[in-house]
Design a protein around this ligand. Structure first.
Ligand SMILES: NC(=O)c1ccc[n+]([C@@H]2O[C@H](COP(=O)([O-])OP(=O)(O)OC[C@H]3O[C@@H](n4cnc5c(N)ncnc54)[C@H](O)[C@@H]3O)[C@@H](O)[C@H]2O)c1
Ligand SMILES: O=C(O)C[C@H](O)C(=O)O
Length: 308
């Protein structure tokens, strides 16, 4: 199993590290445009192999896509991150050009690749990849919901005073400060609805804290987060590589599902060796349906800025 990661910055390197530690891939190639950067990150990571006990071979290259040839899975983490006070949507001007170029180069050398798009604004970048490539829709996956759901579970556990392993919950919708739709009504603590334990006010605080999860970290760190994003991407890569048939919310091209068409937005899907193996329909009540439509409007607004 060969995995390429384009963009050896904070998220790309974190993702490579988690993939290596989980030890399911034979090879990880890091590619960056900054001279020597991917090579340096790869060497540093390889020097953790004897300490962390993995056999995954990690190598780096400055811009040589021939080294990525025949990748099974490729992750796009190239592009600029936001600074405090910015929205993800403001990154579109620079990142659209980067993602376009990177996707074309990846597919040229790995026509059978499954692409995972991470660069922001992620739902729009995922849509862009659909527009400019002819990869089947099952092989283009945007990562956002897996991270947002992990943050939702963190906030739920905090409010409940419970271990995170007791908590389950999912976030669908757009990966943006206003567009996320945390499914609070469906969240559980060991099968019991969290509304049994938390007041409506506390639960709506959890929802609001979840939606601004990325912005909160960006303010603290001066740039956007990387550990949880890297871990979330590695979980998707593992689900595909190991044919796990796991359910994650991912940004995928919809054709009528959730009453939406011609848009990439977060919905639950089953991931396996073929990429997106199924889009899962969750029963939403009217308020949740309305939030999903509102979220889609926001994503469409950003999509309209694309020049494709
Ligand atoms: N979808 C999500 O949930 C999520 C989570 C975290 C970050 N992100 C996004 O991921 C992106 C990367 O974030 P980061 O913190 O790793 O940034 P970073 O600046 O640390 O790393 C980005 C890397 O991309 C490289 N790069 C730029 N243009 C390139 C090109 N054309 N080809 C190859 N490499 C190129 C840069 O040299 C840099 O090393 C940002 O757009 C950020 O907003 C998304
Ligand atoms: O918040 C960001 O800009 C980065 C990423 O989308 C995140 O949610 O951490």
């Amino acid at each position: 199993m060969k995995v390429t990661i384009v963009g050896a910055g904070a998220v790309g390197a974190s993702c490579a590290e988690y993939i290596a530690i989980k030890d399911f891939a034979s090879e990880v190639v890091l590619l960056d445009i900054k001279e020597g950067y991917a090579e340096g990150k790869a060497m540093d990571l390889m020097q953790t192999a004897s300490l962390n006990g993995f056999d995954t071979k990690i190598s780096g290259t400055t811009g040589d896509y021939s080294r990525t040839a025949n990748s099974d899975i490729a992750v796009i983490t190239s592009g600029i991150p936001r600074k405090p006070g910015m929205t993800r949507e403001e990154l579109i001007g620079i990142n659209a050009g980067i993602v376009k170029d990177v996707a074309a180069n990846l597919i040229k050398h790995s026509p059978n690749v499954i692409l995972i798009v991470v660069s922001n604004p992620m739902d729009t970048m995922t849509y862009l990849v659909h527009k400019i490539t002819d990869l089947p829709k099952e092989r283009i996956i945007g990562m956002g919901g897996a991270l947002d759901s992990a943050r939702f579970k963190y906030r739920l556990a905090e409010a409940l005073g419970a271990p995170i392993s007791d908590v389950d919950g999912m976030v669908i919708g757009g990966h943006s400060d206003t567009g996320m739709v945390p499914l609070a009504r469906h969240a559980t603590r060991n099968s019991v609805k969290v509304s049994e334990f938390l007041s409506a006010d506390r639960l709506s605080q959890v929802v609001e804290d979840t939606k601004v999860g990325g912005a909160t970290l960006t303010k603290l760190l001066g740039t956007s987060a990387w550990y949880a994003p890297g871990a979330a991407v590695s979980a998707l890569v593992q689900a595909i590589a190991c044919d796990q048939k796991k359910l994650f919310p991912c940004s995928v091209l919809l054709n009528g599902e959730y009453d939406l068409k011609d848009i990439c937005i977060g919905v639950p899907v089953i991931l396996g060796r073929n990429g997106i193996e199924k889009i899962v329909k969750v029963d939403l009540d009217q308020a949740e349906k309305d939030k999903m439509q509102e979220s889609a409007e926001g994503v469409r607004k950003t999509n309209s800025l694309l020049q494709v």
